[in-house]
Each structure stands twice: as structure tokens, then as C-alpha cells.
Design a binder for this molecule. Structure first.
Ligand code: SAM
Length: 275
């Protein structure tokens, strides 16, 4: 009720969300660091730590925006692969990286991992692609415009589905969850990072003050865009809490649904399996 965004009719929401991310795309990465004091990096690292993907895994990163999750995924899998090669070669200490890559050239990798970044907003993807180019990432990554509620992929395609700070922007969450279920392979894992409910009352008051008083000001100062960041805060408040969201994931058919709170519940990681 602070800003009245929740009175926006359903049909309007998608349009507003599109405008918000179109406006902030260029400044998105800088704003993330500024607003979270860099902590979003740790939350994303934690997601990868829990995911622990193995070489060969295929990831679909929905609402993937500028690619943060996919970059981490490819990096993690790469290092995992190098560790496994070293182990396979036995004497891990005496071999140089060069020896390893000569004996096991990348093309020989039995299953190349890859990641698909899917986002409804082409401006966000554009910034992501530029980042990939500047990092020299040439393979294992693709960028697809698509709606979480109606994914442009066949059934049973992916080992892991991620959606990080994206699902609260989706108009019909249940629809997005059903789509996640559909495109995952049997045995595949759904993982969602999202702002959630802070449990500690003292932290909750601090967090409220920060969200409503600092965030829109930062939005105005850095991106010249107060309204988009008002929307951000409001959308966080309107999102279901940990237990309610867990129930929604179960309703979509996922098993062994669990969640982990990060930073006292500022963010929660939900996970579930398609069996
Ligand atoms: N996952 C990235 C990250 O963690 O940095 C980006 C998160 S950003 C806060 C939210 C993203 O969700 C935006 O890029 C936006 O375009 C996208 N989005 C919003 N609604 C969507 C939908 N219905 N389908 C797919 N993506 C959507």
C-alpha cells in the first residue's frame, strides 16, 4: 500500500515490469551492487554452492537478465571438470594445467555443460551478451527471449532450472512453476532465489527503513529512476513468504521441497525435484 503498485491490474503488471527492466538494463549490474552492498554476489555464490553442478549438466536460467547465474554456473562446472581430470590422472600435484589440457582437450569432454539464459526483456539480454563477450566466453551459453509463463522449450530438456530474483516479477507464479516442471528432465532440480520475509524483528525494522527510504533514493541518484525502484521494493513486499511459496512449489508437483534462509530471511533459496 505504500506506493499503490498492488492496485495495478493484472494485465498492466507485465507491461510495467517490462518498462522497469528496459529502463534499468544499462545500470542493472551497478545498481545490484549498490543496493545490496555487494551481498547479492554472495547469495548467488551460495546458490551455486548448494546446486553443486557436475560437468555435462544443462541449465535453464529463467529471468536470467544479464547472466549472473549462468556465468557462475559455467565457471563452477569448469573448475569441477578440471578437478575431475586431475583426479582421473592420479598424481594431482605433479601435472601442470598444460599437461592436463593436452591429455584431455576440451573437445574430448564427454558432455559439455551448457546454459540457456532466458529472459522476457531483450535489453537485459543485450547487456548480458556484451558482458559474455568482454569475458571471452565463446561456448556453452545461449540467450533466448522468452516468458517464464510460456517457455519456448520442449518438455524434459534441462537438469537444472534456476530463477533468481525473477519470479516475483511474473504475473502468474503458478503458471511459471508448471512451466519449470514441464521443461525439467525427470530427476531435474528447480532452484529459486528470491527476496523473502525477514524473521528477526530487529533486522526486519532496519530492513524496512532501508528498503523504503534508501532504495528509491539510490535508484534516483544512480539510475535517475525513482519509480522503478519503488516498484522493486513493493514487489518484494507482495511476494509470498517462505512457507507459502514452498506450498506453491509443491502444488506444481515438485518433491522434497525445502528452503534455506540467507541473511536472516532477506533472501530465501527454494529447491525442489521433479521425480
Ligand atoms: N536473474 C538475474 C539476476 O539475478 O541478476 C536478473 C534478475 S532481474 C531482478 C529480474 C528479471 O526478470 C529481469 O531481467 C526481467 O526482464 C525478468 N522477467 C520479468 N518477468 C519475466 C517473465 N515473465 N519471464 C521471463 N523473465 C522475466
Amino acid at each position: 500500500t505504500h506506493f499503490g503498485f498492488e492496485t495495478v491490474p493484472e494485465a498492466e503488471k507485465a507491461k510495467r515490469v517490462y518498462k522497469v527492466f528496459e529502463n534499468v538494463a544499462e545500470k542493472y549490474d551497478i545498481m545490484n551492487d549498490a543496493m545490496s552492498l555487494g551481498i547479492h554476489r554472495l547469495w548467488k555464490d551460495m546458490l551455486l554452492h548448494v546446486m553443486h553442478p557436475q560437468p555435462g549438466a544443462r541449465l535453464l536460467d529463467v529471468a536470467g537478465g544479464t547472466g549472473d547465474i549462468s556465468f557462475r554456473f559455467l565457471d563452477y562446472v569448469y573448475h569441477q571438470q578440471e578437478r575431475q581430470k586431475r583426479r582421473a590422472l592420479g598424481s594431482s600435484q605433479t601435472l601442470s594445467w598444460q599437461d592436463i589440457s593436452e591429455k584431455y582437450p576440451a573437445e574430448d569432454a564427454p558432455h559439455e555443460s551448457n546454459s540457456v539464459v532466458c529472459d522476457i526483456n531483450k535489453e537485459m539480454l543485450k547487456v548480458g551478451k556484451q558482458r559474455a563477450d568482454s569475458m571471452g566466453i565463446t561456448s556453452g551459453l545461449s540467450w533466448v527471449v522468452g516468458d517464464a509463463e510460456e517457455l519456448p522449450f520442449d518438455d524434459d530438456q534441462f537438469d537444472i532450472y534456476t530463477i533468481a530474483f525473477g519470479i516475483r516479477n511474473v504475473t502468474h507464479i503458478d503458471q511459471a512453476l508448471q512451466e519449470a516442471f514441464r521443461v525439467l528432465k525427470p530427476g531435474g532440480r528447480f532452484m529459486c532465489l528470491e527476496f523473502s520475509k525477514v524473521t528477526n524483528p530487529v533486522l526486519a525494522r532496519l530492513y524496512d527503513a532501508y528498503s523504503f527510504q534508501v532504495i528509491p533514493v539510490l535508484g534516483e541518484v544512480i539510475a535517475g529512476d525513482w519509480k522503478s525502484y519503488q516498484y522493486l521494493v513493493e514487489s518484494i513486499r507482495n511476494f509470498p513468504d517462505q512457507e507459502e511459496f514452498k506450498g506453491m512449489i509443491e502444488d506444481a508437483g515438485f518433491c522434497s521441497v525445502q528452503y534455506f534462509n540467507f541473511t536472516g530471511g532477506v533472501v530465501a533459496l527454494h529447491s525442489g525435484f521433479k521425480l
